[in-house]
Ligand binder design. Structure first.
Ligand code: ZN
Length: 118
């Protein structure tokens, strides 16, 4: 399995972030291609998707995106650490769901987003 990969989404926002949240999605198979017999992440597709998703999630909460860092990983401990930026019921439910998904699909990965609001 590929080592954890981080994709940063930056914006023109300046100053300190005003708040944050986390988000977890399963990684669509379309983000991968096989290159020379190795599985490779199509970072450009993933980056485009995650930028749109980050901005959408900010808008849904009435916020504006400052920046986001998405970690693509199948490591359960990492999902738990990154997914619980604040220990709220929504984040806990998201992490539980992601861990169940990873357990049910060995070798799969999720993208854990840490999103900061402007
Ligand atoms: Zn939360």
């Amino acid at each position: 399995m590929a080592s954890p990969l981080k994709l940063s989404i930056i914006t023109k926002a300046t100053g300190e972030p005003a708040g944050y949240d986390s988000s977890i999605i399963s990684v669509p198979p379309g983000w991968y291609a096989t290159v020379g017999g190795e599985r490779a992440l199509l970072a450009q597709s993933a980056g485009r998707f995650l930028r749109h998703l980050s901005e959408q999630q900010a808008a849904d909460l009435g916020e504006r995106l400052h920046h986001a860092v998405w970690t693509i990983t199948g490591d359960k401990a990492e999902v738990r650490t990154l997914g619980l930026m604040h220990d709220c019921p929504t984040c806990r439910a998201g992490v539980d769901q992601a861990l169940a998904c990873l357990a049910a699909h060995p070798g799969s990965e999720v993208a854990v987003g840490q999103l900061w609001w402007a």
